[in-house]
Design a protein around this ligand. Structure first.
Ligand SMILES: Nc1ncnc2c1ncn2[C@@H]1O[C@H](COP(=O)(O)OP(=O)(O)O)[C@@H](O)[C@H]1O
Ligand SMILES: [Mg+2]
Length: 248
């Protein structure tokens, strides 16, 4: 059974009186332990898709197909209450974004442990030492043991993204969802981040869904799909060279 599945997913944004369809009847299956890349031009709907997969956004209602939607471990997200969805997201998903989304007032270590506070709620108080240890180990693994007390403004772009990845992993999520995690970094720093992700995938069999506009980034994954006109195609089906796109 796939760990994550999208069945006939559609998402339309409404701008004033105009409907803008972004995803149309898109289907996708992610196996446990795989690293899947989704390649697409800026504005093709990559972030929209990732947000739907991670339960940050809900798809259009599909009246003709009651099975349409996102499934995690075979169970539909659609039936979940807001509260259950929040809990599921905190427990099962780790998110990494292009612009890190770190909290500027907090140190690197605090930015990581705060994700555990969100997950554990009141249960955090009794486990704060243990969480701190896990967070320190992650930051150490990513070469940041000398940066625990630094605030985001005192870190380089690559260091910030490593903190963001540590934050995404502190709750040991079943799936890591990454939205252009190297999109804001120079090529060499981006390669370093991809190496970090690649090690994680190899050592922990971490399931990863990564969206990117960059074919070089997609090449690092086990499998790459291309998002075009709201649906997914096998990346190899299109042999024509990709036209350069703006990052986004
Ligand atoms: N909240 C929103 N409201 C209206 N339109 C949106 C919204 N979010 C994204 N869009 C539009 O949907 C399309 C896909 O956006 P997005 O998923 O962010 O693409 P990508 O991540 O591939 O660059 C774009 O045309 C964008 O302008
Ligand atoms: Mg995007």
């Amino acid at each position: 059974m796939p760990i994550l599945e999208a069945r006939s997913l559609s998402r339309t944004y409404r701008l004033g009186k105009v409907d803008v369809p972004v995803l149309r009847d898109l289907s996708l299956s992610v196996a446990e332990g795989e690293w899947l890349a989704i390649l697409g031009a800026s504005g093709s709907g990559k972030s929209t898709l990732l947000h739907l997969l991670g339960g940050l956004d809900r798809p259009d209602r599909n009246r003709s197909n009651p099975q349409a939607g996102v499934y995690f471990d075979g169970a539909p997200l659609a039936g979940k209450s807001r509260r259950d969805l929040d809990r599921h997201r905190a427990r099962d998903f780790g998110f990494v974004f292009q612009f890190y989304h770190l909290l500027p007032e907090l140190t690197a270590l605090q930015n990581v442990t705060v994700a555990s506070m969100v997950r554990l709620g009141l249960g955090y108080a009794g486990r704060s030492r243990e969480v701190r240890k896990v967070a320190e180990e992650l930051l150490d693994r990513f070469g940041l043991s000398g940066r625990l007390g630094h605030r985001p403004a005192e870190l380089s772009g690559g260091e910030r993204q490593r903190v963001a990845i540590a934050r995404a992993l502190v709750n040991e999520p079943r799936v890591l969802l990454a939205d252009e995690p190297t999109g804001n970094l120079d090529r060499a720093t981006g390669q370093g981040i991809l190496d970090t992700i690649s090690d994680l995938h190899r050592d922990k069999r971490q399931t990863i869904v990564m969206v990117t506009h960059d074919p070089y980034v997609a090449d690092r994954a086990d499998r790459a799909l291309r998002l075009v006109d709201g649906v997914l195609a096998d990346n190899r089906e299109e042999s024509a060279p990709m036209t350069p796109v703006l990052q986004g």
